[in-house]
Design a protein. Structure first.
Length: 153
């Protein structure tokens, strides 16, 4: 039987194991195996790489985002109702400055405020971003479909 040289320690052995060391799979002896990961075993780092990466998403409300020009929409509907910013802010139990910044779109409302405004003005401020062509501006409330419901359990 011809002995083979261990790539790691350079000694001759009759049996070598393919082992992953520093990213490369090399033939090493039983003693050198401990320096790496056995190549035929599932490797943890490869699992980490295939995990889907979700970025730029509001995790509290996955799949929904504010409509563009939400500030203009709020201002328009509010004015249509003949309501001042002050009256509107009182009804929502918010500061007038908050409403002002919302309408200027220098402030993004949190989910709680979005719901309050949607309910009060009967508008939709958040929509599914997968389908930006469908804009439900106006009277319709956002309807949840089964696909929209995020499982919590
Ligand atoms: Zn060796």
């Amino acid at each position: 039987m011809v002995n083979t040289e261990c790539t790691c320690c350079g000694k001759d052995f009759s049996r070598l194991s393919p082992t992953k060391i520093e990213g490369a799979v090399i033939e090493v002896c039983d003693k050198c195996v401990k320096f790496g990961i056995k190549a035929d075993m599932p490797q943890e780092d490869s699992y980490r790489q295939v995990k889907p990466i979700i970025s730029g998403t509001n995790f509290n409300d996955i799949g929904l985002e504010l409509v563009s020009e939400y500030g203009k929409l709020i201002a328009k509907v509010r004015q249509n109702k003949g309501m001042s910013r002050y009256e509107f802010s009182k009804n929502l139990n918010e500061k007038e400055s908050v409403i002002e910044r919302l309408e200027e779109e220098s402030l993004e409302p949190d989910d709680k405020l979005v719901r309050k405004i949607e309910d009060f003005l009967n508008i939709t401020l958040k929509e599914r971003y997968e389908n930006p062509a469908v804009q439900q501006k106006g009277k319709k409330k956002l309807k949840l479909t089964i696909g929209d419901v995020i499982k919590v359990s």
